[in-house]
Design a protein around this ligand. Structure first.
Ligand SMILES: Cc1ncc(COP(=O)(O)O)c(C=O)c1O
Length: 420
């Protein structure tokens, strides 16, 4: 063991101000369904430039609502990347539709445009591009493909809060119908668990609000029942105790049934609400996002300088249209030049305090997805990616000393494993 400190691939950074903002909510009247959620949603709109935002309990819930918002049939198909967390594909299955995986680019880990085109059929309804590691997909081109084929676009920006595409923030939905974010602790900002959906479409926004909370609305201007009585024409107390007669349409029955307590379930929804405790943490974290991103990009630069000009290592260069708020630093290792394989290297790194992760096991490889008959050889780039990728530690609190240690450990193990 060369050093005792352990490093995960990602971790939150929590300040006293974050803690204080959560304490204030704990001492307030509302732990959930209070004012902090709206404030967080407005802060995300201001930051991304989107018109509307709906905060939810996690990124998976955000994906589920975004995919399911308009009904899908069991013959419908949704195209996404296999190099993602299983949640992206699962959200398609939750909605009753079929998953189609399109292979990725080896240069940036994002979905390949020609592969998308290859999988479009008359049944295709949506595309979910994933901004892998925080690098934006080429959204304008994906938008063109979607537009020509009348497809809905949901950006999976779980990795990409704060990333930019052509100088504008990911999540502004300029080239998509919705964007989803995750605020899990390994992400650039955290709410503990949490997620959000942004959109510029009012109809989508209102439906998302309904779906987030059981399909229920308390807004009497939206009621489909004759509940306009609820606020404007409260029945007098004596009327309320009248036992309804056989004429259910009579106005006093309506009045006595639709009081100020009234709420209405209009669709089948879920409880995907984000508590105010988490929203308060999100507001506080969002204030620091520029500082977080700057540090993440500095760390990426440090890694790049450390591993450049060595044929045993390879890493991404950002496409000219992307400025990433890096969630991950994927390092690619040329195992063909080494006497060690990925499993052995991973174990040795772990024994030396580096608890790394692989992003990702291609989703079609999961036993559950194998039930659908996906063939590995349809995805040569994803297969290659999986055999050579390792995600190095990347989070705000890593200091120069930590980074030097991390690089030293990796290089020592690789040098020891290189033929002499
Ligand atoms: C690409 C991607 N999409 C969706 C999710 C789901 O987000 P959450 O963990 O907040 O449910 C994740 C989580 O890591 C992710 O990496």
């Amino acid at each position: 063991m060369l050093f005792k400190k352990k490093y995960a691939y990602g971790k939150q950074s929590i300040s006293l101000l974050d803690i204080w903002s959560v304490i204030k909510v704990l001492r307030s009247d509302f732990l959930t369904q209070g004012p902090k959620v709206k404030e967080f949603e407005q802060a995300i709109c201001d930051y991304t430039g989107a018109k509307y935002c709906v905060a939810v309990s996690n990124g998976t819930a955000a994906l589920h609502l975004a995919v399911a918002i308009f009904d899908l049939k069991n013959t419908d198909e949704v195209i996404t990347s296999p190099i993602t967390f299983v949640a992206t594909a699962n959200s398609i299955l939750y909605s009753g539709a079929n998953v189609k995986f399109a292979d990725i680019n080896l240069e940036d880990g994002c979905i390949n445009l020609n592969e998308i085109k290859k999988y479009i059929t008359v049944n295709t309804k949506r595309i979910i591009p994933v901004h892998y590691a925080g690098i934006s997909c080429d959204m304008e081109k994906i938008y063109q493909i979607a537009h020509e084929n009348n497809l809905f676009i949901i950006e999976d920006a779980a990795h990409a809060i704060g990333s930019e595409y052509k100088g504008e923030k990911v999540g502004n939905c300029k080239y998509s119908d919705m964007t989803i974010f995750s605020f899990h602790p390994v992400k650039t900002i955290t709410t503990g668990e949490g997620g959000a959906i942004t959109t510029n479409n009012k109809e989508i926004y209102e439906k998302l609000l309904l779906l987030r909370s059981h399909g229920i609305t308390k807004n009497n201007s939206c009621f489909v029942s004759p509940a306009q009585f609820a606020i404007s024409e409260q029945p007098v107390i004596s009327e309320m105790f009248v036992i309804p007669d056989s004429d259910p349409g009579s106005s006093y029955i309506n009045k006595s049934l639709y009081g100020a307590w009234y709420y209405e379930q209009q669709v089948l929804g879920f409880n995907y609400r984000l508590p105010d405790i988490n929203a308060a943490l999100g507001i506080s974290q969002l204030k620091k996002i520029d500082k977080f991103i700057k540090r993440r990009r500095e760390i990426v630069e440090f890694y790049k300088e450390s591993f450049m000009n060595d044929s045993r290592f390879y890493f991404f260069s950002e496409p000219e249209y992307s400025k990433a708020a890096f969630h991950l630093f994927p390092l690619f290792i040329n195992f063909e030049q080494l006497k060690i394989n990925k499993i052995e290297l991973f174990e040795k790194l772990k024994n030396n305090g580096l608890n790394l992760q692989v992003h990702y096991i291609p989703v079609y490889r999961q036993p559950y997805y194998q039930n659908f008959g996906f063939k590995f050889n349809n995805y040569p780039n994803s297969e290659k990616f999986y055999t050579i990728e390792l995600s190095l530690p990347l989070y705000y609190d890593l200091n120069k000393r930590d980074l030097k240690k991390i690089v030293k450990i990796i290089k020592q193990l690789i040098v020891l494993s290189s033929p002499t």
